[in-house]
Design a protein around this ligand. Structure first.
Ligand SMILES: [Zn+2]
Length: 499
């Protein structure tokens, strides 16, 4: 069929189309305006349905009590209507001595003042869209919120969760001791789904039992003015309110938001490309605080080149109260205080831990995975990436020496477990470490050897590009290698995996 439209009708249709376009653009701008940088252009999901955490909290560092509100915008991006949301309350893992996520023999080492309970109490949950309170149940680490209606796919709800929490006096990623407080996994965070169902939280004494999706964060953090704050995201503004400071922070496309603070911190920053690298350290550890800055820059530059560009404007390294080692959060690396302190300071251990945590910015932070179900995918790859850094900076001999020190020796002669086990399949921290970090890194080394240097890095870059800001699984990873590398990994799978 072919038809002619009269001119005045054409004009009306044109005006109508322009109006519709203006309205659609306007609506999408309202929804997308919170991604202010060019990060959003790289996000493969739907920016309009990105979840949004607005946290407004204030901290009393003496009583170690934190109080405030989370306003959470949730869009149902699944295929079915939902009447319930699940949030994880990780602080509740610290409620009792029996449940405390530390191996019992070491409890007093983690709690130098003796065990003291910590928890997160939910005071009220409201549906801000409908304007009424919602019923909720707290079951250990899990907060179930009844939406009181069916939320169809594509629809959004805006919730308020008022909460109060007690921070433990402990050497921990969530804890405070001697004027340093670390807040890792400290607020109600949306749970993940497994096989279409919300998955409940567990918190064993080893590993990082976390899994979350990329979101947008606005954090308003009030604290006494003598404190300095290291954090995920970037600072928008610091407001002076008498004896208090109000930090306004923003995290774009990050999967978690962590902070560490102390009145004693010194800060030094440097720039690499568009990234500002910050090092927070105690004054007596200045030498190593500056070393952390230099090494972070070196590691960032290496991983940028090998895997793909770190996209954020800030990366922060902070001397925190962890007992040993470090902990990764998006844009924030917490390093154990003792790593910076003589006589414990060891140049190679310091560098190994720091570079490992920076590699996690790629394998955990940007390319997410399931730390509870498939810890190999981030820890094995992160540990192997660390070896690659050492080889590039110090040569093959040094890589082999470190492989002995950090991988072969702890692994010993034990037979490995299959690497597609969940965190809970391991007996204890040592068993987990030797398998996932030790055998885990060796499995990546074998893949590297199978593929050859050029193909290996090509595939790692393709993997980074494909899953940046998203989550990947062992299957996704191996399929990508088989496809891009045009190889068959059947015998590799048999050697390292149960499926
Ligand atoms: Zn790690």
């Amino acid at each position: 069929m072919w038809f002619i439209i009269k001119r005045d009708k054409v004009n009306k249709i044109a005006i109508f189309i322009v109006l519709i376009l203006v309205i659609i653009t306007g609506i999408s701008l309202i929804n997308k305006k919170f991604i202010k940088t060019d990060l959003g252009s790289d996000y493969k999901g739907d920016l309009d349905s990105l979840n949004r955490y607005q946290l407004d909290v204030s901290l009393d560092p003496v009583k170690m009590i934190l109080e405030g509100e989370l306003i959470f915008n949730y869009t149902n991006s699944g295929q079915f209507s939902e009447n319930q949301l699940l949030f994880y309350l990780f602080p509740n893992a610290f409620k009792s001595q029996e449940l405390s996520p530390y191996e019992k023999n070491y409890l007093l080492v983690y709690y130098p003042d003796g065990f003291n309970p910590a928890y997160l109490e939910v005071e009220e949950v409201r549906d801000l869209t409908a304007g009424h309170p919602l019923s909720f149940q707290v079951d250990g680490l899990n907060l179930w919120v009844d939406l009181n209606r069916l939320l169809p796919p594509g629809e959004a709800v805006r919730l308020s969760i008022k909460f109060k929490e007690q921070i433990p006096s402990a050497l921990s990623r969530f804890g405070g001791f001697q004027n340093i407080i670390s807040l890792g996994n400290w607020y109600p965070i949306l749970a993940v789904k497994q096989d279409g169902q919300w998955r409940k939280a567990v918190y064993p004494s080893w590993g990082d039992p976390f899994c979350s999706d990329t979101a947008y964060y606005e954090v308003k953090f009030t604290l006494p003015k003598e404190y300095k704050l290291a954090h995920t995201g970037k600072k928008l503004k610091i407001e002076n309110r008498g004896e208090q400071l109000v930090y306004q922070l923003e995290g774009e496309l990050v999967r978690d938001f962590a902070l560490t603070l102390s009145p004693n911190y010194e800060l030094k920053s440097e720039k690499l490309g568009k990234t500002n690298i910050h090092s927070y350290y105690l004054p007596e550890a200045e030498e190593y605080g500056l070393e952390a800055l230099r090494l972070a820059k070196q590691a960032l530059s290496f991983f940028n080149e090998k895997f793909g560009l770190y996209p954020y404007e800030d990366l922060t390294i902070v001397q925190a109260n962890l007992l040993n080692g470090g902990m990764e959060y998006p844009q924030l690396v917490m390093l154990g205080k003792n790593l910076y302190t003589k006589p414990y300071y060891d140049a190679k251990v310091f560098e190994f831990v720091l570079v490992h945590e920076i590699a996690h910015q790629w394998w955990y932070g940007l390319v997410g995975s399931d730390g509870l179900r498939e810890p190999w995918l981030d820890e094995g790859l992160t540990n192997y990436s660390t070896l690659l850094y050492f080889e590039s900076i110090y040569g093959k001999q040094e890589r082999e020496r470190l492989k002995k020190q950090f991988i072969d020796l702890p692994r010993g002669e034990k037979n490995p477990l299959k690497l597609d086990q969940p965190l809970t399949a391991y007996q204890n921290g040592e068993d987990y470490y030797t398998n996932v970090y030790g055998w885990g890194a060796l499995a990546f080394e074998e893949l590297h050897n199978i593929l050859g240097d050029r193909k290996f890095y090509q595939i790692m870059q393709a993997y980074f590009k494909k899953y940046k800001y998203n989550r990947s699984s062992i299957d996704d990873f191996l399929h990508l290698i088989e496809r891009e590398g045009r190889i068959d990994l059947t015998s590799f799978r048999k050697k390292y995996f149960s499926n």
